[in-house]
Design a protein around this ligand. Structure first.
Ligand code: RFL
Ligand code: PHB
Length: 390
């Protein structure tokens, strides 16, 4: 088998890259370890930045997002018994859409299938060879048959547990990491929305987040011990915790409903540089992870592949290699901005067991500042909508 660009992983990064390349007349093949049903049903992110919304719309895969996603012009910060709004649109002219990641994936898979794109699901034993040459290749097993995909470029979009990152020689890699000593307990609830906008709450019992998925399904999270088990949490115990952290002094109460999914995720910040070696390029979670507090992970995957698609276009159309050579450096500017923002939001909003009472008062002071100073609120809003780096 031969193609121009071999892509490992059918997450947001891999599928969107394949779609963008197709629109530029560049061929690709996507190899995915899981089944189509699995990727189309795994619950993950929900917030799309303005730039992500615009790109999906401009490239013809934004119709369902527009029809079924919820456009939000702000969010609320709850702390010390009060709620204050960050007006994203007034501060930046931009907004966000709440639309589930797996719905974006369904739209991208449908577009690739309709265009006759090559997607292989359920592949195993993926390995990458000859990235130091102009003819790299990917070996994999599909339907019990070992195959070799010859290509011009290999793009590792295989997430944090993939094989691509380790293919870059250790001597060329620098990993930067911060593991947080807490996780998020996530629930999906059958209920109407409790709030028109997302609520990020700082409480002495720990952080909580109220998000949404649709008029009938709500997404909520609360800070927990990452080693805890969902089996220790009855529905009653979960609601008691959510009420304690989110209900406001003025009598606004969360609306309860049937909880139909419970998961615990750990939180870490991670950046691996370089993101390229020879003919191998990494994009999305394969190269970097953010804690979900800033809602940046999916959006960073999108911005990586936007840069990569433009660089590959310059290579094929204009015989230029400068954009490809600069890929890591270009992408890392936005990545480090998002890393800092996500880290900052995480440190400001969570209960930090290692923090002294002094540092806890600083958290509250910082929240007062970002919700009363227009300059500070604007900086937060620019980062949240993805406008802080152009
Ligand atoms: P993905 O989505 O992990 O996709 C990688 C794909 O590669 C496949 N794969 C392989 N395929 C072939 N061979 C191998 N050896 C392979 N190894 C792995 C995997 O099966 C998978 O299908 O990475 P990608 O494309 O880089 O996308 C990244 C995003 O998925 C991720 O950053 C976000 O979900 C993070 N995230 C959020 N991001 C946002 O922008 N906004 C949010 O609101 C948001 N909320 C979240 C989140 C992540 C969360 N979790 C579960 C970590 C909320 C949560 C709870
Ligand atoms: C979500 O709806 O899943 C969500 C929203 C905001 C975040 C993280 C996750 O910061």
């Amino acid at each position: 088998m031969r193609t121009q660009v071999g892509i490992i992983g059918a997450g947001p990064a891999g599928l969107l890259l394949s779609h963008l390349l197709h629109l530029q007349g560049i061929e690709s093949v996507v190899l995915e370890a899981r089944s189509r049903e699995q990727i189309e049903s795994t619950i993950r992110a929900g917030v799309l930045e303005q730039g992500t919304m615009d790109l999906l719309t401009e490239t013809g895969v934004g119709d369902r997002m527009k029809a079924e996603g919820a456009l939000h012009h702000g969010f609320e910060l709850a702390f010390e018994g009060k709620r204050r709004r960050i007006d994203l649109t007034a501060l930046t002219g931009k907004s966000i859409t709440v639309y589930a990641q797996h719905e974006v994936l369904k739209d991208l898979v449908a577009a690739r299938v309709a265009a006759g794109g090559s997607l292989y699901f359920n592949v195993s034993d993926v390995s990458i060879a000859d990235i130091d040459t102009e003819a790299p290749s990917i070996r994999f097993v599909h339907d019990g048959v070992e195959q070799t995909l010859m290509c011009d470029f290999v793009i590792g979009c295989d997430g944090s547990q993939g094989v691509s990152r380790a293919t870059i020689p250790a001597a060329r890699r620098n990993d930067y990491e911060r593991v947080f000593p807490f996780g998020w307990f996530g629930i999906l609830v059958e209920a109407p929305p409790s709030s028109d906008e997302l609520i990020y709450a700082r409480h002495e019992r720990g952080f909580a987040l109220v998000s949404t998925r649709s008029p009938n399904v709500q997404r909520m999270y609360f800070q927990c011990d990452p080693q805890d088990s969902v089996d220790n949490w009855s529905d009653d115990r979960i609601w008691a915790e959510m009420h304690a952290r989110v209900d406001s002094a003025d009598g606004q109460r969360l609306i309860e409903g049937r909880i139909f999914q419970k998961t615990i995720v750990g939180m870490r910040s991670f950046v691996s540089t370089t993101m390229q070696h020879g003919r191998l390029f990494l994009a999305g979670d394969a190269a970097h992870i953010v804690p979900p507090t800033g809602a940046k992970g999916l959006n960073l995957a999108v911005s990586d592949v936007r840069i990569l698609a433009a660089a590959l276009r310059a290579f094929y159309r204009e015989d230029r290699t400068d954009l490809l050579d600069a890929y890591s450096e270009t992408a890392l500017k936005r990545i480090w901005r998002a890393e800092h923002f996500s880290y900052w939001m995480t440190r400001m909003m969570h209960r930090l067991d290692d923090a002294s009472p002094f540092e806890q008062r600083l958290q509250v002071s910082e929240l007062e500042h970002v919700t009363t100073s227009r300059a500070a609120a604007t900086a937060m809003a620019e980062n949240y909508v993805g406008a802080a780096v152009v």
